[in-house]
Ligand binder design. Structure first.
Ligand code: ADP
Ligand code: MG
Ligand code: MG
Length: 868
């Protein structure tokens, strides 16, 4: 294998091998830009070193060869006493890992060559000793593993209140002695004076830095594979610390915050590389370079323009000026905020650099989602109580409440509330819906609170462990002894995890206003408008919304949904209607049961009328009641206690019997979905009749009736026949289809399609049953361990598991369509709004995804990206 590439041999597409830094240094070299000569040792060599504990055979010889070529090009030898070549040894992995790995500058200096360097710099002793002390400092810290503070403190105490540029040559020479002493006492050895030893050790230190704990942690967070390794770049040094006519800087080709065109960067005179970012002295804005060194400044602007045109994107760069000569030391396509991503993409279209198709691929659904959350304004006073995990972005302000009942009660009175719990469970759903935001003291980003909040687009901070939450005293205490009682106002920031006391002012997101129908007013919204319009033109996957009421339905339409893919009916049995469900469960005769159903029917009918009206002719998929009935009944324990104490009414005693009868060990695998429809006579029929009657009253209504939890075609047939009879009787047309959410349904989809006009994949249950994971329990119990172990990179409830659950979906889609070519296919699980899962659905040939109204624009964008 070839392990070393000269900068003239590489190019920007070789990032796998040369790392981002090396590939781009090669690219710039070949563009004819002023890059100091150098070469790159491949990441393959690093992987070999990390696996075998030794560098591969032949690497040393290859490095020696390239070094010899570099020496002859420069006309001097590494560390040569009278005129030393110095080099930097720089890490550079495929993905940028800012500040995570190591770089050593000024390799090649020792007690002899430091004099040669001074002489060659026209007797600039100060410069030579400054370079030497930097070498020992960087080498000592990163290669020899000495605590960097030891060097820092020595430097600080020498400087006093002066700046580093005020130090004289003599002082710097003394500092070099001090630094060498630190090396001796910390390692028991002298600082290595042989330049080749220095280089070899530095290369291995860069290899080793791939596995430094902070690098490992960073990769895990950013989901960068652990086995890539890093390349190493060896670059001839150029010097920004030669005096006032020299310096170093960083720049962006446009503003990475807003995307606006212009000059953004910082410059520092008489300084070397890291000084700019380390903030040792105040930098000056790049614009001022024009005054200091107009020639270099003009050249830099030209190069920046050239880079943008070449990379067709925003670039960030690092440069150094050595006595009026500009050198380019790094470039890459730069990171940017979500807002900048939209603006830059459309600007590049206007400049003719990219097509509008490409602009759409350059932006992610996650970036769009970020722009849709409201933010706290940074003005005014803020009192931070604690910081938890940023589980679901947004900014929420409200009165703290500690139970779901209270949340619903106060919200019903028009108050904004924040639901504060130690952790939430499925019983808290209605409280979460009522609240502006959710705060928990336990649980991570895959906890119930976090997952549900994200699904609802509700702000959530979870795992704020410093808080002591007491439900019984309706209060929590924060560090410093602050107690927040029910009714006290707090503000939570789901984008940062911060929790504030009192009200922090909130700003609306302009992008949401735009989706709500406001005309584009600023650059960002204009960019979003253009991108979204084009996305809708190119995507082939439909996007519907999950919505259970008229308000959400109307919003879903404004956000671009082509219908409702999941209208859950169970929320329609809460509140006052619980009473009627209790009556249904307690009915002891046919007449009692029928009268309970008769009471429910008009209520259901009016729900559906509102939704059909809001959707105005778009299809509405209504799922018949799905959860186990006992979810609508009082809690077993509470009721038992009441009965035991003797304070229960007759009805409550009867209820207890029913609750016990309906109690299940595994309710999610119990009497629910289609099973309820088959076991409780008249329940599904009542719902179908309500749908049909409502549809008859709303012109153009397009109901689609969906049967949940089917596992066998026989179940579906029984329900379908009854439904067909009712539809015919009322005189209304509606599709009847089923959810595919049990593995058996997926595997027998060919049979089921005979009885279903459409399939909607319920990927929450399908994931739960395919993995055998109880969704309500496992995330908090062990998902963080599973993520740590790499069993999956992301929770399968968040992103659809392509290998397992995805295979079930593909089988069902294929066999279903074989049996019924015009079978409509959709997905209505949580995954419908998840970018990667949207791409999967496109690839699997589904007709549409359905997701919460707030995710609809995200799904539209991702569907387009999947099609491009
Ligand atoms: P990072 O990846 O942390 O940015 P770099 O390898 O880019 O680390 O190096 C850190 C700093 O040292 C940069 O500011 C860079 O410009 C400077 N630097 C690296 N190599 C040289 C060199 N050959 N001559 C002058 N400065 C250099
Ligand atoms: Mg750099
Ligand atoms: Mg389900």
């Amino acid at each position: 294998a070839k392990y070393v590439y000269d900068f003239t041999e590489g190019n920007k597409d070789l990032k796998d091998l040369l790392g981002g830094k090396g590939a781009n240094l090669a690219e710039m070299t070949n563009l004819g830009l002023p890059v100091p000569p150098g070469f790159t040792i491949t990441s393959q060599a690093c992987r070999h070193y990390l696996a075998e504990g030794a560098v591969p055979d032949g690497l040393e010889a290859e490095v020696a060869e390239h070094l010899a070529a570099l020496e002859s090009a420069m006309g001097k030898k590494l560390g040569q006493a009278d005129d030393p070549l110095l080099v930097s040894v720089r890490s550079g992995a495929k993905f940028s890992m800012p500040g995570m790995m190591e770089t050593v500058l000024n390799i090649g200096l020792n007690d002899e060559s430091v004099h040669g360097l001074a002489k060659q710099a026209g007797g600039n002793e100060r410069f030579a000793w400054d370079s030497y002390r930097r070498l020992i400092q960087m080498f000592g810290k990163t290669v020899l593993g000495i605590d960097g503070d030891l060097f820092e403190h020595a430097l600080e105490s020498l400087k006093g209140s002066r700046q580093d540029t005020d130090l004289s040559a003599e002082e710097l020479q003394a500092l070099v002695e001090t630094f060498k002493g630190i090396v001796r006492s910390e390692t028991g050895k002298d600082f290595p004076s042989d330049p080749r030893d220095q280089m070899r050790l530095a290369v291995m230190a860069v290899f080793d830095s791939w596995n430094a704990p902070r690098a490992i942690l960073y990769r895990r967070q950013e989901r960068i594979p652990a086995d890539l390794g890093t390349a190493v770049n060896i670059v001839a040094m150029v010097f920004g610390n030669l005096g006032e006519d020299s310096g170093t800087g960083v720049a962006f080709t446009r503003d990475p915050g807003s995307g606006r065109q212009g000059l953004y960067g910082d410059y520092l005179q008489n300084a070397q590389g890291e000084d700019v970012v380390a903030g040792i002295r105040n930098t000056i804005p790049l614009q001022e370079l024009e005054r200091i060194d107009k020639r270099s400044y003009d050249e830099l602007l030209q190069i920046m323009e050239k880079l943008e045109n070449h990379y067709r994107d925003l670039c960030d760069i690092e440069f150094t000026i050595e006595r009026g000569k500009l050198w380019m030391l790094q470039t890459r396509v730069g990171k940017r905020t979500a807002a900048a991503a939209f603006c830059i993409a459309t600007q590049l279209v206007d400049q003719g650099l990219i097509s509008i198709d490409e602009a759409v691929t350059r932006i992610t659904g996650d970036q769009l989602a970020q722009l849709m959350f409201p933010r706290f304004s940074s003005e005014g006073e803020r009192r931070l109580l604690t910081k938890g995990m940023n589980a679901s972005p947004g900014a929420a302000v409200g009165k703290a409440v500690f139970t779901s009942e209270r949340a619903i009660e106060l919200a019903g009175q028009g108050e904004d509330v924040i639901l504060v719990r130690r952790e939430t469970n499925p019983d808290d759903l209605s409280g979460m819906i009522a609240a502006r935001g959710v705060l928990t003291s336990r649980g991570g980003k895959t906890s119930h609170a976090a997952v549900v909040a994200r699904g609802m687009g509700k702000t959530c901070v979870c795992g704020a462990e410093e808080l002591e939450v007491s439900t019984s005293s309706r209060s929590f205490t924060a560090p410093g002894g602050v107690t927040v009682n029910e009714g006290d106002v707090i503000s939570i920031d789901g984008s940062t995890g911060e929790v504030f006391l009192g009200e922090v002012p909130v700003m609306d997101s302009a992008v949401v206003e735009y989706f709500e129908g406001a005309a584009p007013q600023d650059d960002l919204v204009r960019a979003v408008d253009r991108i979204m319009k084009h996305a809708d033109e190119v995507r082939t996957l439909g996007v519907r919304a999950n919505a259970d009421n008229a308000e959400d339905s109307a919003r879903a339409r404004r956000f671009g949904a082509a219908g409702i893919g999941l209208c859950r009916t169970e929320h329609m049995f809460l509140g006052d209607r619980r009473q009627l469900v209790e009556d249904l469960v307690l009915a002891s005769s046919e007449e009692e049961r029928q009268s309970a159903l008769d009471a429910l029917e008009p209520l259901q009918k009016s729900d559906f009328i509102e939704i059909f009206q809001a959707m105005d002719g778009l299809p509405v998929t209504i799922r018949l009641i799905d959860p186990p009935l006992h979810e609508f009944l009082p809690d077993l324990v509470e009721l038992s206690v009441k009965v035991a104490k003797g304070d229960a009414s007759d009805k409550e005693r009867a209820l207890l019997v029913a609750v016990k009868r309906l109690h299940e060990q595994n309710p999610m695998l119990g009497l629910r979905g289609v099973r309820l429809g088959l076991v409780i006579p008249g329940l599904f029929a009542m719902q179908v009749r309500a749908i049909a009657e409502a549809a008859r009253e709303v012109r153009g209504a397009r109901p689609e009736i969906m049967i949940p939890l089917v596992a066998a075609v026989q179940e579906l047939e029984a329900v379908r026949e009854e439904a067909a009879g009712i539809l015919a009787e009322v005189g209304v047309d509606a599709l009847v289809g089923t959810m595919i959410e049990t593995p058996r349904a997926a595997l027998t989809a060919g049979q089921i399609a005979e009885a279903a006009q459409f399939f909607s994949f319920g990927t929450n249950d399908l994931t739960q049953m395919a993995w055998g994971f109880s969704r309500d329990d496992v995330e908090a119990a062990f998902f963080s361990r599973y993520l740590e172990l790499g069993i999956f990179g992301v929770s399968p409830f968040e992103t659809l598991d392509r290998d397992g659950v995805g295979r079930l979906v593909r089988i069902a889609a294929e066999e279903g369509r074989k049996a019924r070519p015009d079978l409509k296919l959709g997905i209505c699980g949580e995954h419908g709004g998840d970018p990667d899962s949207v791409h999967f659905c496109h690839e699997a040939g589904l007709d549409y995804v359905s997701c919460s109204p707030f995710r609809v624009p995200v799904a539209r964008l991702e569907a387009a990206r999947a099609a491009l």
